[in-house]
Ligand binder design. Sequence first.
Ligand SMILES: NC(=O)c1ccc[n+]([C@@H]2O[C@H](COP(=O)([O-])OP(=O)(O)OC[C@H]3O[C@@H](n4cnc5c(N)ncnc54)[C@H](O)[C@@H]3O)[C@@H](O)[C@H]2O)c1
Length: 331
Amino acid sequence: MAPNKFDRALVTGGAGYIGSHTTKLMSKLGIETVVYDNLSRGHRDFVKWGPLIKGDLRDTSLLKETLRWYKPDVIIHFAALSSVGESNSKPEFYYDNNVVGTLSLLHAMLDCGIKLAVMSSSCAVYGQPDHMPITENTPKNPVNPYGRSKTMMEQICVDLGNAHDLRFVTLRYFNACGGDPGCEIGERHFPELHLIPRLFMAQDGLIDALEIMGDDYPTSDGTCIRDYVHVNDLAEAHIGAARYLIGGGQADTFNLGTGHGLSVKEIIEAATNVTGKPVPYRIAPRRGGDPAILVADSNKASRILGWTPNSSGLPSILKDAWAWHNKEHFR
Ligand SMILES: NC(=O)c1ccc[n+]([C@@H]2O[C@H](COP(=O)([O-])OP(=O)(O)OC[C@H]3O[C@@H](n4cnc5c(N)ncnc54)[C@H](O)[C@@H]3O)[C@@H](O)[C@H]2O)c1
């Protein structure tokens, strides 16, 4: 990680999954955090390490007031809607929240003289590329409104960075997973659509069965292959990116994944080994727009930000997610 220090960050979406883990890690490192979140998808009890300003991204005057009061060195911008299926059925909400919301944040930054931000983006900007692993130069070709909203956000940041004295690092995450080993926070989405929490729910009878969306993909066992990265590794990357900006680093974009793909069936098998419980599953039809394989090339983040996904081994991902699942549902 770059050595450049910073004292205070405003974390939009800090009451959500990745934002709360990043906030916890920053607090451990002595960095003050202010969370700005409308709690539409986040949780008040995930904000434990600094103040929560309950507000919407599109409320530019409240954002300005917050920035003037707290004077953060950098903004870490997680706040967004991020369900692909929902974005297909309600694209207007996605563009309004993710694109108009980001634009409002940028207006507030310009107005208050805050020049640095780390932006959450996604591998969804790439769509269904032909070649793996995916580098930052792989053409962007999003296939759903969520991915397009992130692509637009990225373009807006490039244009504003060119026009004004603003610098952005954009981080494109692959599949975030795992949780805080101390179980103070974890993955909590309603509805929960992510594979690992859902398979634990199936093991414990909280849902009938895990649905595997297609087992006829051109992969070794027919199920989709994804690149799973521990949420604490993502948290570290954000702090590294903020330090890079504080140290004068140029605007840039980085993939965050492990470079190693795992199929749905491999995850199910590993989870069975960790918990000793079978995962009831059924095969459902493919979901439109799901590529067979998505794996990141994150060499650039390693080279420039000094990032390595040390916590992203599957056993530790599953152990941390399993501990959180038990706390959430059974304690
Ligand atoms: N979880 C993943 O696997 C993944 C992968 C790639 C990218 N991302 C991106 O990472 C970011 C965080 O994802 P997450 O999984 O933590 O999601 P999350 O839903 O847990 O957290 C998002 C937070 O943003 C807040 N929010 C949303 N819209 C807002 C608005 N208009 N004003 C204020 N607050 C608002 C929500 O209340 C929530 O607390 C998102 O930008 C998402 O697109 C996530």
